[in-house]
Design a protein around this ligand. Structure first.
Ligand code: NDP
Length: 461
C-alpha cells in the first residue's frame, strides 16, 4: 500500500468542502483542506447568509409604513448603508471563525491557499509551492458569477459578489436576470430605497417556478415600484457623465448608477489541474460525477456547485454526508435530489417543493389543483394590498400531493415543513385530516377541501 500524507484532502472551504473535511476528521481520518479565499464559501461569505441579512434590512421600510395601521407613529427614518455593511461583515467574520474552529476542533489541517491537482493523488499548495499527497481527494471549489464577457461594457457591471461590498448605496440600479439572485436583489435594493429595474430575457421571471407564483410575484413587485422589463436583454453598457448608459435589445436606453448581472453561475474548474489528474468536465465546465459523486478518477470525488447538479447549500452538505457514508462508513449512499424544498427570498417570499402545475400536467393524466389567494391578516390593518397564494398539486389517481407552492410571508419556513410531507408521500386526505393552526396563513394549506380546478390530459377542466 502506498502511503499518503493525508487520508483525505479537500480543495475548497465552502459548504460541501468543510462538511466533508470536518466529518472525515472527526472519524479519525487525517484530513487537509485548502481554501484560497475565506472559509464558509459562497453561502456564508457572499451568498445566502449576507443576502438574508440584507433582506431583513430591506424589509424595515415596509415595517415602518405598516406600523401606522396598528396605531404607531414612527418618526422619520433614515438608512445607513455603511452601518449595515459593517454589521454584516462582523457577523460573517464570526461565522467564518466558527467554520475554522469546527475544522480545527476535529483536527483537520487548514491551509489558507489555492490548491491545484498535480495528479490523481497529489495536490500543490500554491502559497508555499509545497505538494501533498492524499488517498482520497474531494473537489468542492463551488462556482462564481457568470461575468457575461461577451457583453460590451461587462467590466462596468457588478455581480452579487460586489453587491455585498459596495462603498455607497446606488440611487438607481438595473439588474439583469430573472433567477433567484436577480429577483432577491431587486427586492433588497428597492426596499433600501434604490430605484430598481429588472431586465429579463423571458416572458416571466423565475422560469423554473410555478406560473401562478411567478405572475403573483411579478405583480407584487411592480406594485411596490420595481420596474420589470421582460422579453429584453442588455446589449451594451457605457460610462457617461450621468452614470451608466444601458442600451437594450428593444432599443430602450436607461441611465443608472449601477448595473448588476445575475445571469447564473459558472463552476470553478479553471486551472485546477483537472486535466493533469484525469478528471473529466462537461461542456458547462462542471466536474462530471457518478451517482455517488465520484469523478472519472476513482479516488477523486466532487461535491456541490462545482458539479452543477443543484446549486443549493443544503444539497452540497447532503452530498458531503453521502460521500462520508460511502467512503468512510462502508455504506454506499447516493445523494437524493428529489423533492428539494426551496425558497426565493423575494418580497413577498416564495416557498416551494415538488412539481409545478405545468410540469405535473406533463407527467400525470389527471391533477387536482387546490388554490387559495387571499389577503394575509397582517395586511388588513396595515392596508397593504399584497396577496398570498397557496397551491397544492395533487395526483388524482392516488391523491398524493406532488407539488406545494406558496407566495407570501414566511413561505420559506412553510416550504421546509411541506417538504417533509411530500417526502413522506402524504396524500391530500392526510392534509384534510390535519387540524388547522388558527389564526395563521398556513391553515389555508389544510382547509382547501375541494379542488379549485382539475387538469385532465394537460387541459384545465
Ligand atoms: P439562476 O439560474 O437562478 O438564474 C439565471 C438567470 O439568468 C435566469 O433568469 C436566466 O434566464 C438568465 N440568463 C442566463 N443566461 C443569460 C443570458 N445569456 N442572457 C440573459 N439572461 C440570461 O441563477 P442565479 O445567478 O440567479 O443564481 C445562481 C444559483 O444560485 C441558482 O440557480 C440557485 O440555485 C442559487 N441561489 C439560491 C438562492 C436561494 O436558495 N434562495 C438564492 C440565490 C442563489 P432563463 O430563466 O431564461 O434561463
Amino acid at each position: 500500500m502506498p502511503s499518503f500524507d493525508f487520508d483525505l484532502f479537500v480543495i475548497g472551504g465552502g459548504s460541501g468542502g468543510v462538511r466533508s473535511a470536518r466529518v472525515a476528521a472527526s472519524l479519525g481520518k487525517k484530513v487537509g483542506i485548502a481554501e484560497e479565499y475565506r472559509y464558509g464559501g459562497t453561502c456564508v461569505i457572499r451568498g445566502c447568509v449576507p443576502k438574508k441579512l440584507f433582506v431583513y434590512a430591506s424589509q424595515y421600510s415596509e415595517h415602518f409604513e405598516d406600523a401606522a395601521g396598528y396605531g404607531w407613529t414612527v418618526g422619520e427614518s433614515t438608512f445607513d448603508w455603511k452601518k449595515l455593511i459593517e454589521a454584516k461583515d462582523k457577523e460573517i467574520a464570526r461565522l467564518e471563525g466558527l467554520y475554522r474552529k469546527g475544522l480545527d476542533n476535529a483536527k483537520a489541517e487548514i491551509f489558507d491557499t489555492r490548491a491545484e491537482l498535480v495528479d490523481a493523488h497529489t495536490v500543490k499548495l500554491l502559497k508555499t509551492g509545497q505538494t501533498v499527497t492524499a488517498e482520497t481527494i474531494v473537489i468542492a471549489t463551488g462556482g462564481r458569477p457568470n461575468l457575461h464577457t461577451a457583453l460590451p461594457g461587462h467590466e462596468l457591471c457588478i455581480s452579487s459578489n460586489e453587491a455585498f461590498h459596495l462603498k455607497e448605496l446606488p440611487k438607481s440600479i438595473l439588474i439583469a436576470g430573472g433567477g433567484y439572485i436577480a429577483v432577491e436583489f431587486a427586492n433588497i435594493f428597492h426596499g433600501l430605497g434604490v430605484e430598481t429595474t429588472l431586465i429579463y430575457r423571458g416572458a416571466e421571471i423565475l422560469s423554473r417556478f410555478d406560473q401562478d407564483l411567478r405572475k403573483g410575484l411579478h405583480e407584487a413587485m411592480e406594485e411596490k415600484g420595481i420596474r420589470i422589463l421582460c422579453h429584453d436583454i442588455i446589449q451594451s453598457v457605457e460610462k457617461t457623465e450621468s452614470g451608466l448608459s444601458v442600451r437594450t435589445k428593444n432599443d430602450k436606453v436607461l441611465t443608472v448608477d449601477t448595473v448588476m448581472l445575475a445571469l447564473g453561475r459558472t463552476p470553478n474548474t479553471e486551472s485546477l489541474g483537472l486535466q493533469a489528474a484525469g478528471v473529466a468536465i462537461n461542456e458547462q465546465d462542471a466536474v462530471i460525477v457518478d451517482e455517488y459523486s465520484r469523478t472519472s478518477v476513482p479516488n477523486i470525488y466532487a461535491l456541490g456547485d462545482v458539479t452543477d447538479r443543484v446549486q443549493l447549500t443544503p444539497v452540497a452538505i447532503h452530498e458531503a454526508m453521502c460521500f462520508i457514508e460511502t467512503v468512510y462508513k462502508n455504506n454506499p449512499t447516493r445523494p437524493d435530489h428529489e423533492l428539494i424544498p426551496t425558497a426565493v427570498f423575494s418580497q413577498p417570499e416564495i416557498g416551494t417543493v415538488g412539481l409545478t402545475e405545468e410540469d405535473a400536467a406533463k407527467r400525470y393524466p389527471e391533477l387536482e389543483v387546490y388554490r387559495a389567494q387571499f389577503r394575509p391578516m397582517k395586511a388588513t390593518l396595515s392596508g397593504r394590498t399584497e396577496k398570498m397564494i397557496m397551491k397544492l398539486i395533487v395526483n388524482a389517481a392516488d391523491r398524493k400531493v406532488i407539488g406545494a407552492h406558496i407566495l407570501g410571508h414566511d413561505a420559506g419556513e412553510m416550504a421546509q415543513l411541506l417538504g417533509i410531507t411530500l417526502k413522506a408521500g402524504c396524500t391530500k386526505d392526510d392534509f384534510d385530516r390535519t387540524m388547522a393552526v388558527h389564526p395563521t396563513a398556513a391553515e389555508e394549506l389544510v382547509t382547501m377541501y375541494s379542488p379549485s380546478y382539475r387538469i385532465r390530459n394537460g387541459e384545465r377542466v
